[in-house]
Design a protein around this ligand. Sequence first.
Ligand SMILES: CC(C)(COP(=O)(O)OP(=O)(O)OC[C@H]1O[C@@H](n2cnc3c(N)ncnc32)[C@H](O)[C@@H]1OP(=O)(O)O)[C@@H](O)C(=O)NCCC(=O)NCCS
Length: 162
Amino acid sequence: MDNGQLVKSISEISKKEIPLLYYYPKEVERAISDGRLITVCENGKNIGFGFWHSYGNWIELSTMYIAPEFRGKGYLHKLIDAIRLKLQDKIPNLLLFTQAPQVVRVIENFGFGPASLSSLPFSVLAKLILHRLNLRRWLSYAKHMKNIPRVFKTRLYVRRAS
Ligand SMILES: CC(C)(COP(=O)(O)OP(=O)(O)OC[C@H]1O[C@@H](n2cnc3c(N)ncnc32)[C@H](O)[C@@H]1OP(=O)(O)O)[C@@H](O)C(=O)NCCC(=O)NCCS
């Protein structure tokens, strides 16, 4: 898969899959060039991905995805391990929003715990909101209409720098 196909496929998956934050193609390209997109491969095929995004001394992990036919086989561990490896020298505070019990299970092993939005610095909260209010992303929120109760199950998890 060339870079253009990878960008298109990741952007489309993030747009369609309900729990994921939509990354439009330019953002996926930027994440690749900044080294903020981590992929999981099996036999040379991309079967999963996750992003990270920096807000000062906080990093948000987001849009963790494993292709349906590879779920339940431990690939999320591989994805999180790859992110850990990538961030190990520059880990400040980490945060992640999720409603997926599999994600909670894996990140708890990485030292994440539940937290309230009010525990985040205001500057980080403001940037998180701005990131989500991007006009192109707004259109993608229509997918949540299919499963509103799930949106309300989303919780914040953080791992503070020790
Ligand atoms: C969520 C998702 C990434 C999980 O990936 P996966 O590769 O199937 O996850 P794994 O098989 O590695 O499972 C992770 C852990 O969760 C555990 N687990 C599975 N179901 C669970 C449940 N209902 N409750 C608690 N833990 C559960 C597994 O046992 C495993 O832990 P273990 O290895 O210590 O036993 C994948 O299902 C997906 O892409 N879903 C759609 C997108 C999504 O919801 N992303 C999350 C947005 S943040």
